[in-house]
Design a protein around this ligand. Structure first.
Ligand SMILES: *Cc1c(COP(=O)(O)O)cnc(C)c1O
Length: 364
């Protein structure tokens, strides 16, 4: 059997009729940028997350750097972020000239709260929490800490659409929640897309100005902005998928349960879900000391896997200027050396999952 790490075509065919109808409607409308689909998606996604406002943007990275710009965070400021994340989280901080301050994660792949406190300096302006793999960070402790030190709180929810902490959705705990709708995300478009959610009316207004060349009124530019607009086609297709997001999340949770049951007696370290949170399983990440061996073994059985992520941002060439080296973040580095994401996607068949589990059981 051949199994790819992700199969985005499965969902397309599941909702083919609805998606094609919506795409045709938009193509035939003659209106492609900043129209009714974007406004409706913003309303619906704000309501879905329980936020007052949502502003559609061109990508998840834009959502991040625009969030920090809206909060006035830039050169000379420090933002604390976990070491085990996709490099876009860190770029979202540094693109405005702010300095990313990296800290170690906890056993749930979330930022370690005690480590945050140790890294606060006079220059610290914000904490960026990443709900990596669809797992949720301990938001009550983080909110409390940010209050205590008067720090801004931004959430990177690119992998956590619909994930909750004590019933409240990720993205709504701090000042701004940042989302990506890259095709492989839990709520994925058919191209690039992103958004911020916030309860601050002024920030939402300002984001709408920034995304459109700093212009509120056509050809009148208030600030030097950017072009970061979610387009009508993506917004319309996202509206179709948003209606199904809860059932898609449930399907991922059932797949995760299947893995838990099939793999819990083996030598792998399985993901644990933090108490009082719902995990939306963007990835199903196991750890194995012989990770590279496991990866090629699975490949030989036709099973594709991915490492999220093999090079932590602090060891990436792009961040050489931070002056960090191997050994500075042992937990982050250990994760990078041992994590493996096994196939996790909506539309996985029982036969596929049984085959994956069977092959993992045969690894020795
Ligand atoms: C995907 C992702 C991003 C970036 O989103 P893009 O839409 O690809 O720009 C940022 N942070 C995390 C954690 C991601 O997984």
């Amino acid at each position: 059997m051949e199994i790819m790490p992700n199969r985005m075509d499965r969902l397309y065919y599941r909702y083919q009729e609805e998606l094609e109808q919506k795409a045709l409607e938009i193509l035939r409308s003659g209106w492609y940028i900043l129209g009714k689909e974007v406004s409706l998606f913003e309303e619906e996604f704000a309501a879905y997350t329980g936020s007052k406002y949502c502003v559609g943007l061109a990508s998840g990275l834009d959502a991040l750097w625009i969030a920090f710009r809206l909060l006035g965070i830039g050169a000379g400021d420090e933002v604390i972020v976990q070491g085990n994340t996709y490099i876009a989280s860190v770029m979202g901080i540094s693109m405005n000239g702010a300095t990313p301050v990296i800290v170690e994660p906890d056993e749930y792949y979330s930022i370690n709260v005690e480590e945050i406190e140790k890294h606060i300096t006079k220059k610290t302006k914000a904490v960026l929490v990443v709900h990596l793999y669809g797992m949720v960070a301990p938001m009550d402790q983080i909110v409390e800490l940010c209050k205590k030190y008067n720090l801004r709180l931004v959430e990177d929810c690119a992998q956590s659409h619909g994930a909750c902490y004590q019933g409240k959705m990720t993205g709504t705990f701090g000042d701004i929640g940042c989302f990506s709708f890259y095709p492989s995300k839990n709520l994925g478009a058919y191209g690039d897309g992103g958004a911020i959610v916030t309860n601050h009316e002024d920030l939402a207004q300002e984001a709408k100005v920034l995304r459109n060349y700093g212009s509120e009124k056509r050809y009148y530019n208030k600030v030097v902005g950017t072009n970061s607009r979610l387009d009508e086609l993506q917004a319309g297709l996202l509206r179709v998928k948003l209606k199904h997001l809860d059932e898609l999340t449930l399907e991922r949770q059932q797949i995760a349960q299947g893995y838990e049951k099939g793999l819990n007696k083996l030598e792998f370290i399985l993901p644990k879900v933090r108490q009082n949170t719902t995990c939306v399983w963007h990835q199903y990440v196991i750890r194995c000391e012989r990770r590279d061996e496991l990866m090629s073994y699975l490949k030989s059985k036709g099973i594709g896997t991915i490492i999220h992520y093999p090079i932590p941002p602090h060891l990436s060439e792009a961040y050489a200027y931070l002056g960090l080296t191997k050994g500075d973040y042992p937990i982050t580095e250990h994760f990078a050396d041992t994590v493996l994401s096994i196939p996790m996607y909506n539309g996985m068949t029982k036969e596929e999952q049984d085959y994956i589990i069977e092959q993992l059981q045969g690894f020795n």
